[in-house]
Design a protein. Structure first.
Lengths: 559, 173
């Protein structure tokens, strides 16, 4: 009996399953159901074992009578099992909000409303999330032109959301309204936080995002598969290679190909190097936001060293685009792995220094310990993943739970915090840097030989010497460029453990050369939506420290 | 000894003559105070430019100011979306004269490869830009080159019609 059949039996005892469709598609279990069954089914599944709601998104199929799909991605952290729930909706039809089951559905539903115009009944704040307030229409619908711009000439004044017992947009004249950002050093360029203060205590908060909404998902729909890779670089630009890997891994899953061992090992090195440099930015700028400039400048020396490694590998520093669907773009140059090993040795000293500089610093401890903690059950409900979740005491790491690329054969530990406060978040990140170095060293020392990519002529371009050297190579190159890489019709969801948490890609293919729909599940999106609840009642300065500790990267937040 | 010298000789030993404009320009070009308007990936590369290896301080531009009132060089580093455009204009207007704008990277200069519904196709659609630095993101060397180019513009007091003729695109009047 498969997992899906078990689930069907269990679900059948609770409700009528005759109208539900149970399928298994490209490695994922899928249940299609009608909207009136959605909430009871989600409740049941949550209690059954699916504790995480990873993603809610829309998809548009204009040719169908019911043109929209609302897609829910559930995840069981005990079994590492994933489940996709789909509800079909006609234009103007609404679906009950999953907010009553998972608080973390909040922003995901608002985004689906913004992008597709899907109405979620019972959502208290069904407002635009990513596009500006003067924007008309729903850009991810297939009938919206990708390059149809609408100009914005004003900024919304301070506004708040409807929470329980709240006054909505009405300001209290006894409190001080304060706007922070988006152009503010602590808001990392593109976040906007609005607060009402009683003295220095925060009474209520609202955070507005979308200032860096660069239409990634629409761009993906209008570009061939391999041309999407540079766009993925710019999602979480602090750790660009890990996005490349996440995306290519998803496309490869849909294609059903396994990449060679050498490519897997190279990807692991790239991902772990990017985890180190991502945490460098998180820890460094976190220090800056608390007034500690030294750690930032000091850590950037190490970041530059990794940039030099990337430059040596492919010529680019920040946005490397080193992966291709089917493997890597090229092999590493001679001696590169030795350079990586030398860096690891160097970096160990750096991590020790930073531990002393920050974690043992009296001011840093006083500013962070016990500040704005998040309990483990709350973190799960919001959809926290990655270091933020582990700081709250939940031991969940996809590299351990559902290993890929040979992580199961590597020796490393998963650091877990206990209090969920800001201090623990940095503690976990700094320890993760050490563990990443351990992984890199193991992989570099046991680098498998062989090819760096598969050689399927329908997927991977032939090498340059073949393109110029023989007619067959030339023809294959021509065919692949003209016809494009075409995965079979189908859909899949795949996730990797990115530095910030679970980076998921939901990919729908209609058999053409461009993705039909590509939804990114960015880790910091789920985390940052909890911000108003986490900082309410604390001091203003603690809110700044909290934003920094969440490591919100606008590129993946707004996409 | 002093008594035998004329006062003119004396002044020549520690003073020099110049035009007032030239010495003011010299001071301006070597004391740029940048406002890093970092919105995206270029913002991370801008950190490298400020950081220990490339060190923008060597060009007299190390005093980073996040208040537009205290800055005279606006470095637009990253994609400017339609939603961000009115804020960028407001920041630019709040800066005091003389002020300069450096557009860092493809997105800020032209929208880059985001020919998309929510991306402003170049920040020069709303504010006047003095120097464009190409790249996605540009290397720190390219940014330093852009700053040096701007310094040359300031030193030679190059006319800037794009700035003189600029009007706030969002003004209703």
């Amino acid at each position: 009996m498969t997992k899906l059949e078990e689930l069907k039996t269990a679900l059948g005892q609770q409700m009528d399953v005759s109208k539900m469709k149970f399928t298994h598609a490209v490695g994922d279990d899928v249940i299609e159901l009608e909207k009136n069954q959605l909430i009871p089914a989600l409740r049941f599944l949550r209690n059954h074992s699916f504790d995480f709601l990873m993603d809610v998104c829309g998809a548009d199929y204009p040719a169908r009578a019911k043109r929209f799909d609302v897609v829910y991605h559930l995840f069981s952290s005990k079994e590492g099992q994933r489940l996709r729930i789909k509800v079909a909706l006609a234009e103007g039809e609404s679906v009950p909000s999953a907010l009553q089951v998972w608080r973390g559905a909040d922003w995901f539903e608002r985004e689906a409303f913004d992008m597709f115009g899907i109405i979620f009944e019972g959502h208290p704040n069904l407002k635009k999330l990513l596009t500006h307030h003067q924007f008309v229409g729903h850009p991810l619908r297939k009938d919206y032109e990708a390059d149809h711009q609408q100009h914005c000439d004003s900024v919304q004044p301070i506004h708040f959301l409807n929470d329980e017992n709240s006054r909505g947009d009405v300001l209290n004249e006894n409190l001080v309204p304060l706007n922070i950002g988006p152009s503010h050093p602590a808001m990392h360029g593109t976040l906007r936080v609005m607060v009402e203060l009683d003295g220095e205590t925060i009474v209520r908060v609202n955070n507005e995002i979308g200032y860096l909404h660069r239409c990634f998902e629409k761009m993906a729909e209008t570009h061939p598969y391999n041309q999407v890779i540079p766009y993925t670089d710019r999602l979480n630009y602090c750790s660009a290679p890990s996005n490349n890997v996440g995306y290519c891994k998803t496309v490869e899953k849909l294609l059903g190909v396994e990449i060679p061992a050498r490519a897997q090992a190279m990807r692991v090195i790239l991902m772990e190097l990017s985890r180190v440099i991502d945490h460098i930015v998180a820890v460094g700028t976190g220090g800056v936001d608390l007034g500690a400039l030294t750690s930032f400048f000091h850590l950037f020396t190490y970041r530059e060293k990794v940039y030099t490694l990337f430059e040596k590998l492919c010529g680019a520093r920040l946005t490397v685009s080193m992966t291709r669907v089917g493997g890597m773009a090229q092999d590493a140059p001679d001696g590169w792995f030795d350079d990586v090993l030398a860096f690891c040795k160097d970096m160990r000293g750096g991590v020790d220094e930073i531990t002393k500089l920050m974690l043992d610093n009296k001011i840093f401890i006083k500013r962070t310990q016990g500040v704005c903690p998040v309990k483990s059950n709350e973190a799960i409900e919001w959809g926290y993943t990655g270091p933020m979740l582990r700081a709250s005491g939940v031991n969940l790491d996809l590299r351990k739970l559902t290993p890929y690329y040979g992580y199961d054969g590597l020796n490393f530990d998963v650091p877990v915090g206990s209090n969920g406060d800001i201090y623990d978040r940095y503690l976990v990140r700094i320890e993760e840097m050490k563990q990443s170095l351990r992984i890199i060293e193991q992989v570099c020392k046991n680098m498998p030989g062989g090819d760096y990519t598969i050689r399927d002529k329908g997927i991977v371009l032939p090498e340059k010497k073949d393109v110029y050297g023989n007619i067959e190579g030339l023809m294959n190159h021509f065919m692949l460029v003209i016809k494009g890489l075409r995965p079979p019709v189908g859909e899949t969801y795949d996730a990797t453990e990115a530095p910030n948490g679970e980076l998921g890609f939901y990919l729908v293919s209609d058999g053409s050369a461009n993705p039909y729909r590509l939804k990114v599940r960015p880790p910091c999106f789920a985390i940052y939506q909890s911000f108003p609840h986490v900082v309410r009642g604390s001091m203003l300065a603690d809110a700044i420290a909290t934003v920094a500790s969440m490591n919100v990267i606008a590129g993946e937040l707004d996409r | 000894m002093l008594g035998t010298q004329t006062s003119d000789d004396f002044s020549r030993s520690f003073a020099f003559t110049t035009k007032l404009d030239a010495i003011v320009a010299w001071g301006r070009k070597n004391a740029l105070w940048p406002l890093p308007y970092g919105t995206a990936c270029c913002g991370i590369e801008l950190m490298s430019v400020m950081g220990p290896k490339y060190d923008l301080a060597r060009f007299g531009a190390e005093v980073v100011r996040f208040s537009p009132r205290q800055a005279d060089l606006l470095v637009v580093a990253g994609t400017i979306t339609e939603k961000m455009a009115p804020i960028l204009v407001r920041i630019y207007e709040q800066m005091l004269e003389p002020k300069y704008v450096l557009s860092m990277g493809a997105c800020a200069s032209s929208g880059g490869f985001y020919r998309a519904y929510h991306v402003l196709q170049g920040c020069d659609k709303v504010i006047p830009v003095d120097v464009y630095v190409p790249g996605c993101p540009p290397t720190p060397e390219a940014v330093l080159d852009g700053v040096m180019l701007l310094q040359k513009m300031i030193a030679t007091q190059q006319p800037r019609p794009w700035k003189d003729n600029w009007k706030n695109p969002h003004d209703q009047a």
